[in-house]
Design a protein around this ligand. Structure first.
Ligand code: ATP
Length: 323
């Protein structure tokens, strides 16, 4: 294998650039010619392949977003779309692929491999931390810290005005971010898509705690856990207290990566190239990850066949601290 390509796909996340840098630099170190695919799978279909040199990735370790751009691409979900991408791969003599993204991007990589056997390594980079097989994804730590900064500020108002705040964080399907943010912000209640909740019980506890002197409340909610405005109305109706909603939104996806996000991005990037280097033409696609603070790699198939579970123990511990 002499020529490899790297791409970013799906939602952007802080640390994507640090990953690109690590992949390009280590690939050159190991003697590869390395190319960047712009705009994810859309760029792969469209032939947006650019050469990457050592200096192409200078000064980007601290930048959010991705210098290669990213995209969501419906065409890649079709066999015909993937056929076009395969032609681009062949025309450019690309012999190995590093895909930086989330579970959707890796599912796509699996589909590509089904149609055309090429060594592929995935690097999990998403603020959702929803990739099965790795304890953490690149970008998760930064998103937690960004959300915390906002929540700490909202807490000032909640405390001063003795209000209940529902703060919505990202997570349409999964609540990993909401759970960590809930714990780290010391919020009173965390609502996750994976855990059933009873609003009557929540209202009772708000009323009970008010009697005990708790006059402000922070409820952290994953966006997929329900409609925050409808929940606010219900709590207001039931308790008589004012409830405000604050949606943190896209700021969670951007910004300079934290030290931890940069570190695992760098280690994942190097490891991905080392794994790719040892792969044969028909080797099964791999994903790099971190388990118990050790950098590891595993079959993409494992991610496809399993679902990452929410840490129920952590959820219960957060509840103990919220009384
Ligand atoms: P994040 O969850 O952080 O946004 P992601 O990688 O999961 O990242 P997706 O939008 O789910 O983001 O997937 C990225 C792209 O991968 C899609 O736009 C599409 O081109 C491709 N893709 C996703 N799922 C499939 C699939 N089942 N088959 C083929 N291609 C897919």
């Amino acid at each position: 294998m002499e020529r490899i390509a790297v791409m970013t796909s799906g939602g952007d996340a802080p640390g994507m650039n640090a990953c690109i840098r690590a992949v390009v630099r280590s690939a050159i170190y190991y003697g590869f010619k390395v190319f960047g695919v712009r705009r994810g799978y859309a760029g792969l279909i469209g032939g947006e392949i650019i050469p990457m040199e050592l200096r192409s990735v200078s000064g980007i370790i601290n930048l959010g977003g991705t210098i290669l751009k990213t995209a969501r691409c419906e065409e890649f979900r079709t066999k015909e779309g993937r056929e076009k991408a395969i032609k681009v791969i062949k025309d450019n003599n690309i012999e190995g692929l590093v895909v930086i993204g989330g579970d959707g991007s890796f599912t796509a990589a699996g589909q590509l491999y089904e149609q055309y056997k090429i060594p592929i390594v995935g690097i999990p980079v998403t603020i959702d931390n929803d990739v099965c097989g790795t304890d953490y994804t690149v970008g998760f730590d930064t998103a937690i810290n960004t959300a915390l900064e906002a929540i700490d500020k909202i807490r000032d108002t909640a405390f001063s005005h003795e209000r209940i705040f529902i703060i919505e964080v990202m997570g349409r399907k999964r609540g990993f971010l909401a759970l960590e943010v809930g714990l780290a912000s010391g919020s009173e209640i965390v609502l996750l898509p994976e855990v059933k909740y009873d609003l009557d019980v929540i209202c009772e506890s708000i009323l009970h705690n008010r009697e005990k002197g708790k006059t402000s409340y922070i409820i952290i909610m994953a966006e997929g856990a329900g409609n925050s405005f409808a929940i606010a109305d219900q709590i207001k109706k039931c308790t008589g207290f004012e409830v405000k909603v604050s949606i943190i939104g896209y700021i969670q996806r951007g910004g300079s990566p934290t030290a931890r996000s940069r570190k695992i991005a760098s280690l994942f990037g190097i490891h991905a190239v080392q794994v790719l280097k040892d792969m044969q033409e028909s080797s099964n696609p791999k994903i790099v990850g971190i388990r118990e603070e050790k950098i590891i790699d595993y079959d993409l198939e494992y991610m496809l066949k399993n679902e990452k579970k929410i840490d129920k123990e952590l959820y219960e511990l957060a509840q103990i601290l919220a009384i």
